[in-house]
Design a protein around this ligand. Sequence first.
Ligand SMILES: Nc1ncnc2c1ncn2[C@@H]1O[C@H](COP(=O)(O)OP(=O)(O)OP(=O)(O)O)[C@@H](O)[C@H]1O
Ligand SMILES: Cc1ncc(CO)c(N)n1
Length: 333
Amino acid sequence: MRCVPVMRTKTPSRRSTSLSAMPPPEHFMNQSQSANLPRLTTGAAKHQGKPLRKTSWAPLRMNTMAQIATSTLPAVLAISGSDSSGGAGMQADLKTMLACGVFGMSAITALTAQNTTGVRSIQDTKPDILADQINMVFEDIPPVAVKIGMVSATDIIDVIAERLTFHHATNIVLDPVMVATSGANLISDDAIAALTGKLFPMATVVTPNIPEAEVLTDTLIRDQEDMEAAAHRLVERYGCAALVKGGHGTEDANDVLAETDGTVTWFDGARINNPNTHGTGCTLSSAIASYLALGDTLPKAIKHAKKYLTGALKAQLNLGHGSGPMDHFWKYR
Ligand SMILES: Nc1ncnc2c1ncn2[C@@H]1O[C@H](COP(=O)(O)OP(=O)(O)OP(=O)(O)O)[C@@H](O)[C@H]1O
Ligand SMILES: Cc1ncc(CO)c(N)n1
């Protein structure tokens, strides 16, 4: 069985100390409190149990920071809902980003109480708190790419569109989440119009599955020709690239990308015999955002993301009583 996706192009340790028992940060301490702190020791001095220097901590700490604070990572922001069972939504996004080698950050759009068998309840985030999350991220660690997942209400979508425009967000990967793998509806009908009207035109790529692409294009998708036509239609309608995912097919797991310049690329994937597909869409879109942040072109990012997702499915993790989560950390086991 061929499991590696093929691309075809036409054209720490736990803290036991309670917070109240911990000393305050040193810049809030008086001199006698500060004098009781252990002193830094290194190298030979450490062997002899002697302090390195008798100066205060502050210059030492700055010196240490100057020596170690030299590495960096591309940062990626996930704007999505929380999945209490950890396999989809924000939890899948952050796990994927960690595994794909970028620094993941979050703006949570909704709390869902769900597991592998279904969604019990949903509470949308208040729009002003969502705006604050996005602002705090962009003001401090501007992300190179943004992944958008579950956005269930119009006011949430309005705030995301407005804030991402304000902050000049780039590399936006939009997964138009409508229904969870378990069957629960994750977006209101009026929000679909806001999603396509406001967020689609800002996206670098949208990644609907087959049922979502049918709703978005008002067409029936029965075969690969229909998938390709739907991808083209999305590009024409919304001016962004569209990846129509074939995970809901039965024969294979081929996805098709249509780009704004008319290029069509098929990403062929063999169907993996694994019933545990909770969060495949979230994982794929977060991996695409991660690889875009690492400098890939869109087709390359999708190729790498599909390879990552394929590995996560092939790991055959088996958790929960429904369609379970994948092993996001499969590369490192
Ligand atoms: N059984 C499978 N074997 C191989 N690849 C799969 C399988 N199921 C899904 N995929 C792949 O997973 C990716 C996500 O596609 P899918 O259609 O499952 O998304 P989705 O329905 O949006 O996911 P979600 O369950 O998060 O809503 C696609 O690249 C698809 O081809
Ligand atoms: C929060 C959340 N986002 C997306 C999905 C789709 O997999 C889900 N089940 N839950």
